[in-house]
Design a protein around this ligand. Structure first.
Ligand code: PLP
Length: 373
């Protein structure tokens, strides 16, 4: 949460996150709950506590400092930093808080080893490999040099070896998953042959749902599916993630209701002109509340179970919707995300209208004041 003093309330249903976790765990392997970025906007501490309550023993967070925050909140689970150490102070913090950082290059290894040796501790790390994302990680060709370097760094203890899939949620690109999976399997085999013992981890949510049979390895990193999004929605593999339960909804209030006569315009720039007499509601939500201006003339809200279209431009703290045929009053609640019945707005719906992905919808709506139900 970071946006204060507005009327939006982002409601999080922790029991749905727990149910989604249990379902993913039922597919086998060691499931790490990915709670980076404030648990995709659902709240780091609250989400981790709910999952801890059903036996989740490992969490993946973003920065080392985010891991330290989870540790300081009392978690005794394994905490893995997916970003790893970025600044020098991250090394000591990871050691102090028992956060296992992803390590993607030799410089990071040397620095961590130095800090750990000085403290008389062992630094447990997760070695990150690039198998086709071309973002961060050691290359397959680095394995011999890496084994040699680790042999000379007794203060480093690799406990996990990991890589990330670029196309796990795209049924037309499953061959690329196989390429990455094959490369990762070779890397893990070579590292084990070199004497290392570790958990191997490749799959994200889509990987768990679609590829765990071939490439499940030991540990799996579940993010978006925990929060109830089907990574295959709208594809011919939709069945793989059917029935996951959305955990977030965002509600705000109607400020005013008035008539808009035929021919009149509404909001900045006069981008909407009424083609008939209308009844409009002015809603307390705008781009300052992370309700994207990209939804202007495009998106819908859900009022009493019905979809109501956005009229004209989304403003900083206000947005107009067409409520013709309905009779809301000032103060009435209206859903930006979620809602009852067939008019409910899903994260996929919002992402489509606003040309993004549900991940971004959650991260942004999660900046608003949250409530837990
Ligand atoms: C965010 C992230 C995940 C989780 O991905 P989802 O698609 O949300 O399941 C897994 N692994 C890494 C390295 C990540 O950064």
């Amino acid at each position: 949460m970071a946006i204060e003093h507005n009327y939006l309330r982002t409601r999080v249903r922790l029991s749905h996150i727990v149910a989604n976790y249990q379902r993913l765990r039922g597919l086998g392997g060691h499931v790490l709950a990915v709670v980076k970025a404030d648990a995709y906007g659902h709240g780091l501490v609250e989400t981790a506590a709910a999952l801890d309550g059903v036996g989740c023993d490992a969490f993946a967070i973003g920065s080392v400092a985010e891991g330290a925050a989870l540790r300081d909140a009392g978690s005794r689970a394994a905490i893995i930093s997916l970003l790893g150490p970025v600044l020098p102070e991250d090394d000591a913090l990871a050691l102090e808080k028992d956060v296992v950082p992803f390590v993607h290059d030799f410089g990071q290894l040397d620095r961590l080893a130095g800090v750990a040796a000085k403290a008389g501790k062992k630094a447990r790390v997760a070695l990150k490999f690039d198998t086709g994302m071309a973002r961060l990680g050691f290359a397959e060709d680095d394995v011999p040099r890496l084994l040699a370097r680790l042999a000379g760094l007794p203060s480093i203890e690799p406990v996990m070896v990991s890589s990330h899939l670029a196309t796990a949620d795209d049924p037309t690109a499953f061959d690329y998953v196989s390429t990455q999976g094959g490369r990762f399997a070779r890397i893990c085999q070579a590292l084990r042959h070199g004497g290392l013992a570790f958990e191997a981890s490749l799959c994200n949510s889509a990987g768990i749902l679609a590829h765990a049979g071939d490439f499940g390895f030991d540990a799996r990193r579940a993010g978006i599916a925990l929060y109830g999004v089907n990574p295959f929605a709208g594809t011919d593999q939709e069945h793989l993630g059917q029935g996951l339960l959305p955990a977030m909804e965002t509600v705000t209030r109607i400020v005013s209701v008035h008539d808009l006569p035929r021919g009149a315009s509404i909001s900045y720039g006069r981008t909407f002109i009424a083609e008939r007499d209308m009844r409009v509601a002015i809603v307390a939500a705008g781009y300052a509340d992370a309700y994207s201006r990209g939804l202007s003339n495009k998106g819908f809200m859900c009022l009493s179970g019905r979809r109501v279209p956005i009229l004209g431009r989304v403003c900083m703290q206000l947005t107009a919707v067409d409520v013709s045929g309905l009779d809301p009053a000032p103060g009435d609640p209206i859903h930006l995300l979620g809602g009852d019945g067939p008019g409910a707005v899903s994260a996929d719906d919002l992402a489509l209208w606003w040309d993004t992905i549900p991940y971004e919808v959650f991260c942004l709506f999660g900046l608003n004041p949250r409530e837990y139900v």
